[in-house]
Design a protein around this ligand. Structure first.
Ligand code: HEM
Length: 524
């Protein structure tokens, strides 16, 4: 034992060092000429400490910046519903009942910045990394089962419309509704988002979904279309706007806190993974396209088939190293799992690893949270922050290329027949045919309970009353196409809200004046 300068007892094995391993004997005083300065430039410990601090932040995720993570395991049932899972997929993690695969999960909000409020009306990210015996599989999902758009070309515009105004840096519902009003495919998701389903009470009591359509492939190379859904054993709980505002008044991180504390006290959250399965074809009998991520697959025709469960039982030790630097991507699949032709999914698959090479660095897959638990054998090398060398193979470390006669890595044996879909189409820029943008939005509205409908109308009216009349008009038209009552209630609610604003004379801005006038012209 010795005494440090604060007079506290310190064990020598805990002695502070710098990153060169040099012991630090004074962490309170910089080196100066006399005790009043000036400082000298060879203050190595100070310069290292400050310059590392200057670089502590990495760019936040362009979306899903605020998040919370946890570790756990996935346990397979060995079957999907009542059938052996091998009929549909050869993916090893699903085959044996009781087989456990370690997982890391990151929940998130989407639009807000890294320290923004977790009570936001926003989809929630639900990204799971499975460390399987065949390498990693990432299932990068959301809580809601559908998405705003179906073409990835629209994603940057959509995110710009949802994020703060580029001039004022203030949140601007007008941007979001401007985008919705001109993107009819978004009306279904906008309906969920403005209902209580748009504010899950916490991360433990919400569903998850892969959203996009994927494929499962069996040992004969035969494929089916699938959707993935996580059902929480804790039940589902959503918040009204008023309930959310109450929480936000005192806590902007309630969901992170709830997850962390539940795991610390041993109350491990659990979800069941359920599949929806469709044969791999266009399904002309349906009034929607199975590759359209703005649509639900009706559960009476495509029931949820349980395939396993996930338990979260360990908190990360360091938030930055494990949660902030975690990197998930839709391209990260294992043998027996495949992409579908869902355009949104294919666009996403480029975006994730591209942004992660920028956000975390080109060697992001060498970080412990991102690296597979299996041995990595590539001939990729070098780049910033190289931490380990994949190509140091035992037989001949000089060979960092393939093919070779000199003992480098060789291609792996195939474990089943390839799935080889056939295409015979013109190369085009076209929307899918069965867009059917309003029908399911109407069904979703009618399926809401009365309190959910009331909250939905209230939230839409509050957002729309600050929007330009042209946007109000177009949105009412969309809601009416979805369901006559839905459109009528928004129209009536908006007319009342605009009248109230007029009476209170809070409409002094030229834009609001114009909105009221146009609303009157529209017969509100
Ligand atoms: C995060 C792109 C659609 C779920 C991200 C990130 C990008 C991105 C660039 C940041 C990744 C990072 O920095 O590590 C896109 C594009 C989309 C799209 C281009 C459409 C074309 C979706 C959809 C879902 C989704 C449909 C839900 C199924 C997520 C989740 C995260 C995320 C959960 C956070 C992952 C994490 O926790 O690290 N997305 N996204 N995204 N995205 Fe998407």
């Amino acid at each position: 034992m010795n005494q440090n300068q604060n007079g506290k007892e310190n064990r020598q094995e805990d002695a502070l060092t710098n990153r060169q391993g040099h012991k630090i004997t004074d962490n309170q005083n910089v080196r100066t000429v006399g005790n009043r300065g000036p400082m000298t430039l060879e203050n190595y410990h100070f310069l290292e400490k400050i310059s590392h601090f200057d670089r502590e932040r990495i760019p936040e995720r362009v979306v899903h910046a605020r998040g919370a993570g946890a570790y756990g395991y996935f346990e397979a049932y060995g079957k999907v519903g009542d059938e052996p899972v091998s009929k549909y997929t050869r993916a090893k993690l699903f085959q044996e009942a009781g087989k456990q695969t370690p997982v890391f999960i990151r929940f998130s909000t989407v639009t807000g910045a890294r320290e923004s409020s977790e009570t936001a009306r926003d989809p929630r990210g639900f990204a799971v990394k499975f460390y399987t015996e065949d390498g990693n599989w990432d299932l990068v999902g959301n809580n809601l089962k559908i998405f705003f758009i179906r073409d990835p070309l629209k994603f940057p515009d959509m995110v710009h419309a949802f994020k703060p105004d580029p001039v004022t840096n203030l949140m601007h519902p007008e941007g979001m509704f401007d985008f919705f009003s001109n993107s009819p495919e978004s009306i279904h998701m906008a309906t969920f988002l403005h209902s209580p389903w748009g504010i899950p009470a916490n991360y433990r009591q919400m569903q998850g979904s892969g959203v996009n359509t994927y494929k499962w492939v069996n040992k004969d190379g035969e494929a089916v279309l699938v959707k993935y859904h996580w059902e929480p054993k804790q039940g589902i709980k959503n918040l009204t706007q008023a309930e959310a505002e109450k929480i936000q008044a005192t806590n902007v991180a309630h969901a992170t806190q709830d997850l962390y504390e539940a795991i610390e006290r041993g109350d491990y959250p659990e979800w069941e993974l359920c599949m929806q399965i469709m044969s791999d074809d266009e399904h002309p009998e349906l009034d929607f396209d199975p590759l359209d991520p703005t649509k639900l697959w009706p559960q009476d025709q495509f029931p949820f088939l349980p395939v396993g469960r996930m338990v979260l039982n360990r908190n990360p030790v360091n938030y930055f190293a494990e949660v902030e630097q975690a990197a998930f991507g839709t391209g990260v699949l294992v043998d027996g799992l495949d992409f579908s032709d869902d355009k949104l999914l294919q666009g996403r698959t480029f975006s994730y690893s591209d942004t992660q090479r920028y956000r975390v660095g080109p060697n992001y897959l060498q970080l412990p949270v991102n690296a597979p638990k299996t041995k990595v054998r590539t001939n990729q090398s070098d780049g910033q922050m190289t931490y380990s060398v994949d190509f140091a193979n035992e037989s001949n470390p000089h060979v960092n290329y393939e093919p070779t006669n000199l003992g480098g890595f060789a291609e792996a044996e195939k474990e089943g027949k390839d799935h080889e879909p056939h295409y015979n189409e013109r190369l085009v820029r076209q929307r899918i045919e069965r867009a059917n943008d309003h029908k399911q939005a109407g069904e979703t509205y009618r399926n809401f309970e009365d309190w959910e409908k009331d909250d939905l109308i209230n939230n839409l009216v509050n957002a729309l009353k600050v929007c330009a009349p042209i946007i109000q008009e177009k949105m009412i038209e969309h809601f009416t196409k979805a369901d006559e009552e839905y459109g009528r209630r928004v129209r009536e609610g908006l007319a009342n809200a605009l009248k109230e604003m007029e009476q209170q004379d809070v409409t002094s801005s030229p834009k609001a004046d114009e909105a009221v006038k146009k609303a009157e012209d529209m017969g509100h």
